[in-house]
Write a protein that binds this ligand. Structure first.
Ligand SMILES: [Zn+2]
Length: 274
């Protein structure tokens, strides 16, 4: 077995939102050579990133002190490699490596979805930040991938219906130009920085009757709720953003609560039909 070392790094600036995404590393660092990375929150709120790398990992060639990773907001952020290992952090044990290097069986759906049996995170086989062909880079577990021809993993998402009557100026419209009233809409999570005022949704359009992506106002969405979706056409379009994990479920519920809160604050009730 190849010898490995654990590098301890610290985010320069605020750490990205905890737990939602693993850091993706700058191509310059050659992510294939990072065998595993793990984020550890410390009691003082700061965060350390433990990187497992082969002993002769060529950090020196680029910079000994920092590497770059893409944070949760999609921006490059620097990680500073610490000289000293802070107390309470033990490097990985040989046993742990043995475990990680013994492939676990995992299944791939026809969309390329995989659920990691070790860390229970769902990822896409084409995502090189998560999968290097041998192991899941988030937890470091080696996987043997089997194919599931006709299965698909459901995803959690926020769903609702297009409002029946929509007031615009002094006219009242039935639904929108794109969607008939009552059309079931599947929402993306927050994509821009305006809270959830504008929501990107997909749904079956009026004519031609096919799946379309449109941005709507939050108040046009009636009866918002979190739901586990099994429809392949929807999963195919949304699973970059949602998955079947409890984390996704939590996010969907949080956004639904936010929508109800916004309706209350504005004295409107999108969940009730007039
Ligand atoms: Zn994993």
């Amino acid at each position: 077995m190849e010898s490995t070392a654990t590098l301890i790094a610290r985010w320069v600036g605020e750490p990205p939102i905890w737990g939602f995404e693993p850091p993706r590393f700058s191509p310059i660092v050659d992510e294939q050579r990072i065998l595993a990375c793990e984020r550890r929150k410390q009691t003082n709120g700061s965060e350390l990133v433990l990187l497992t790398v082969p002993i002769r990992f060529p950090f020196k060639r680029y910079s000994t002190k920092t590497i770059r990773a893409v944070n949760d907001r999609g921006h490059w952020q620097e990680l500073e490699i610490l000289e000293k290992v802070p107390p309470g952090i033990e490097p990985f044990s040989p046993d742990r490596f043995k475990q990680l290097n013994t492939p676990l069986q995992a299944q791939k759906t026809w969309l390329g979805q995989i659920l990691c049996p070790r860390c229970k995170v769902q990822f896409r086989i084409s995502n090189r930040a998560q999968w290097n062909g041998i192991r899941h880079l988030l937890c470091g577990q080696a996987l043997r991938i089997g194919q599931l021809e006709d299965q698909i993993m459901p995803i959690w998402c926020v769903v609702g219906n297009m409002i029946q009557k929509r007031q615009a100026g002094d006219k009242v419209w039935s639904g929108t130009k794109h969607f008939a009233p009552g059309t079931k809409l599947y929402c993306f999570p927050v994509i821009w920085g305006n809270g959830y005022q504008s929501i990107k949704v997909i749904g079956l359009g009026r004519r031609p009757r096919r799946w379309i992506e449109v941005v709507i106002q939050w108040r046009w969405l009636q009866n918002p709720h979190a739901q586990l979706i099994y429809k392949p056409a929807v999963i195919e379009r949304l699973w970059d953003h949602w998955d079947g994990s409890s984390k996704s479920k939590g996010l969907a519920e949080q956004l639904v609560n936010q929508l109800h809160q916004m309706a209350q604050d504005k004295g409107e009730a999108p969940q009730k039909e007039k």
